[in-house]
Design a protein around this ligand. Sequence first.
Ligand SMILES: NC(=O)c1ccc[n+]([C@@H]2O[C@H](COP(=O)([O-])OP(=O)(O)OC[C@H]3O[C@@H](n4cnc5c(N)ncnc54)[C@H](OP(=O)(O)O)[C@@H]3O)[C@@H](O)[C@H]2O)c1
Length: 289
Amino acid sequence: MYYGMRRMVLRPIQYRSQLSRLVSQGLSITGRLLSTDSDKPNDFKVEEAETLKPQPPGPEKLLVLGGNGFVGSHVCKEALQQGFSVSSLSRSGRSSIQEHWADGVVWHQGSLLVPDSLQDVMDGVSAVISCVGGFGSGSYMYKINGTANINAIRAAAEKGVKRFVYISAADFGLVNYLLQGYYDGKRAAEAELLSKFTYGGVILRPGFIHGTRQVGGIKIPLGVVGSPLEMILQHAKPLSKVPVFGPLFTPPVSVAAVSRVAVRAATDQVFPPGIVDVYGILRYGGEQR
Ligand SMILES: NC(=O)c1ccc[n+]([C@@H]2O[C@H](COP(=O)([O-])OP(=O)(O)OC[C@H]3O[C@@H](n4cnc5c(N)ncnc54)[C@H](OP(=O)(O)O)[C@@H]3O)[C@@H](O)[C@H]2O)c1
């Protein structure tokens, strides 16, 4: 009882002493800001609150691999016209094209076969469009159409790039045997793309692509052959289902249609993933007559 009474009496005293200690500590900490010194009446300052305005997101960044080639340069131009921010990577770097739009592209020099080249180019990129491919010996064709693109697909997946579009090629049946490295390379890259970009991977399979190939200031019109053929062969679609005729009746497509579809596939989140054949390119590219 006596002990209990002592505790009851002591508690407020302990509480008061803790409180006074806290108050005196508090004052010494906040005293600098909340001074009541009569000779320092204006020490209490309120910093003006900074209003942070939300910044609108910048344009979506696209990386075009092989942006200085025939198809790649049209893809770069199309993407710029649609308001995207565009960069390109290729072995020779800046395009030799002397047109105003080429100044809008950030040109990187490097090879898809050299891992270091892929280190920084994909930073902040939302989609990649690969126009890298080519002809040569069997092993070279496999390397450039297959290995080089597989390296790019893996690097993009690791960097968290959302969408990847690969310009592949239509199946030409018997001709595939003559250009085995080319088609084997294309199909190996396609398989890698479908496995790494299940929801954001799109493969375009054009046959012959016609349009203007520009080398420096010189324009070479490949459309002279391709365009009339495209019109005739579009109506021969049923024949393309027959194995012997199929490759012969694959209509050519314009480089403009390929570029439009490539940019749309890279930027439209609801564009279906998977393979787009020649007829799909004509349809999505707005050239189906
Ligand atoms: N043209 C057609 O009729 C046609 C038809 C069907 C499919 N395709 C396919 O469409 C794609 C584009 O064809 P295209 O006619 O535009 O070819 P292209 O003019 O020869 O362009 C190929 C591009 O790839 C770049 N490149 C090559 N090796 C590279 C490497 N190791 N690293 C980085 N860049 C490299 C080249 O630039 P550098 O030389 O500066 O590296 C060039 O920019 C190819 O995949 C092709 O197979 C074309």
